[in-house]
Design a protein around this ligand. Structure first.
Ligand code: NAD
Length: 248
């Protein structure tokens, strides 16, 4: 087991990519703090995991990443139950598609507030603990951070910020043996894609992907397992694309 007894907080892990990461971490022996935007969602996904892995050690927590109190409470509850945090996966996020002229201040602020500010605040609170013993922080970025996204100035700006945070924090936190890396998914078939990408856009994107298809969320999880594990003990500041080759 590659993550035996490691304690991992994974945000946005009630569905999509985050849920696949949670399952993969459980399979590798991690103790997983499963986070959804509500306690109800977190509890439902917890039950789903228990049905498959009856021995799983999972703590389901509802957390709204726009709330500083929720974030502080998430870290406190994790420490109370497990005594440490070895891995933080900042995965939760929202997307959106709209021409710049139709984007309001509120649209831009909401995107930044969840995708960037939420990840910043949770990372800050976790690092206060992780500094004592080291760990791994993994951020979910996106191919649009490097590639751009038409009608996605707010989303691509948020993911560009995640890449910059990843590199800056890897420099700042290396002295504490905290590694900071990011995974850049390409087109992944989740609820997010269903909401944001039309069938026509999806067909166009597939033609641009060397592997000729979109990915399933489970195909992302291996990169996170690697970055969380001791196999990646000398890997930090890296942006790993898992996108079928669409961005090179
Ligand atoms: P998804 O919509 O299925 O899941 C997003 C998760 O984030 C959900 O669990 C949701 O509850 C959580 N979340 C959203 N707002 C939140 C908030 N305010 N507080 C707490 N949790 C909140 O999406 P997904 O496709 O699984 O995306 C996961 C990550 O991968 C996101 O960061 C997304 O930007 C990134 N990504 C996805 C794709 C793709 O094609 N699906 C591509 C590149 C990057």
């Amino acid at each position: 087991m590659r993550l035996k007894d490691k304690v991992a907080i994974i945000t946005g892990s009630t569905r999509g990519i985050g849920y696949s990461i949670a399952e993969a971490f459980v399979k590798e022996g991690a103790k997983v703090v499963l986070c959804g935007s509500s306690q109800e969602n977190a509890d439902k996904s917890y039950q789903k995991i228990l049905e498959k892995y009856s021995e799983a050690d999972v703590l389901p927590i509802g957390v709204n990443l726009t709330s500083t109190e929720d974030i502080i409470s998430l870290v406190e509850k994790t420490i109370n139950k497990y005594g440490k945090i070895d891995v933080l996966v900042n995965n939760a996020g929202i997307t959106g598609t709209s021409p710049i002229t139709e984007l309001s201040d509120e649209d831009f602020e909401k995107m930044m507030n969840i995708n960037v500010f939420g990840a910043f605040k949770l990372t800050r609170e976790v690092v206060k603990k992780m500094k004592e013993y080291g760990g791994s922080i993994i951020n979910t970025s996106s191919m649009v951070a490097n590639y751009g996204g038409r009608n996605q100035v707010h989303y691509s700006a948020s993911k560009g910020a995640i890449n910059a945070m990843t590199k800056s924090l890897s420099k700042e936190l290396g002295m504490y043996n905290i590694r900071v890396n990011a995974v850049l998914p390409g087109v992944t078939l989740t609820d997010m894609t269903k909401d944001a990408v039309s069938d026509e856009m999806l067909e166009g994107l597939k033609r641009m992907i060397p592997l000729g298809r979109a990915s399933q969320p489970e195909e992302l999880a291996g990169a996170y397992v690697y970055l969380a594990s001791d196999e990646a003990s000398f890997t930090t500041g890296t942006l790993i694309s898992v996108d079928g080759g669409i961005v090179m």
